[in-house]
Design a protein around this ligand. Structure first.
Ligand SMILES: [Mg+2]
Length: 267
């Protein structure tokens, strides 16, 4: 079995580990030298940085370019209309998109799929929110270790995250068969669908610290990592996440048009 490309980005170099005054020092007994623990900032991608869903854009592009049949669109058209007409939730629409992708990716050749993913990112690479884009830049300057966790496929989030300067990106990994066609199965699904587990794993693997950590998400699937970080930010939250924000007194930030609203009623 061969796995899809873009598993994880490389760990930081020793130079990166030494950089930054904000880091904490610890003694690495196995190597008897000092290793700095960098602060971590964790971001969701779709709806938090990207002003759409990378999976939706990928699926639409696969249909437009003939990799998926056009009638695949029918399987999520109703949920799209119901969301578009504000009769049902965005989450139901996304769930229908995920089902459509998962049930049609089996048998597709990687060589037909990967160039479409490349073109999706080239086309949409700057379609980002100002607030999170600027926050990323600010945290990068402060030497935070930037971590992205997304449920969209790594073929798109890996490329998108790297362009934005993330140190490491976690997304869904698609299994490839020996014939270089997708099997329709995912790899490490239990890990990627638990964003708290992903964050804890990265903190341990990359020698990070949760002290002064920052987390930004837009839906309830981000709650597990928002509960762990010291500075959780609910950005353009959906109803479920907003409820959690009220309950936990988390910061809420909303961006509409060219305005950014920072809610002070929570904190
Ligand atoms: Mg999201």
């Amino acid at each position: 079995m061969k796995t899809a490309r873009y598993r994880e980005s490389n760990p930081p170099s020793p130079v990166e580990l030494r950089k930054g005054s904000s880091s904490l020092l610890l003694r690495d007994k196995s190597r008897s030298n000092k290793v700095r623990r960098r602060k971590v900032a964790v971001f969701d991608i779709d709806g938090t940085i990207f002003r759409s869903s990378l999976l939706i854009e990928l699926l639409e592009a696969l249909i437009l370019e003939g990799v998926f049949r056009a009638n695949v669109r029918k399987t999520y058209a109703r949920q799209y209309s119901r969301w578009h007409d504000r009769k049902d939730s965005y989450e139901k629409y996304i769930d229908a998109v995920v089902r459509a992708f998962d049930s049609h990716i089996k048998g597709v050749r990687e060589k037909d799929f990967a160039p479409v993913a490349d073109r999706v990112i080239s086309f949409h690479r700057n379609r980002v929110y100002r607030y999170t884009r600027d926050l990323l830049k600010e945290l990068k300057k402060k030497d935070y270790y930037l971590l992205a966790i997304s449920h969209s496929p790594m073929y798109v989030v890996g490329r998108f995250g790297k362009r934005l300067g993330f140190n490491k990106v976690y997304g869904r990994l698609l299994e490839l068969g020996a014939d270089k066609r997708f099997t329709g199965k995912g790899i490490y699904e239990d890990l990627i669908f638990d964003k708290a587990k992903v964050l804890k794993r990265a903190v341990e693997k990359e020698h990070l610290t949760l002290r002064d950590s920052v987390g930004v998400g837009d839906t309830e699937s981000d709650i597990p990592f928002l509960k762990i970080v010291e500075k959780p930010i609910c950005f353009n939250p959906n109803a479920e996440l907003y409820k959690a924000a009220k309950r936990n007194k988390w910061r809420v930030v909303v961006e509409r048009k060219d305005m950014i609203y920072k809610m002070t009623n929570n904190r």
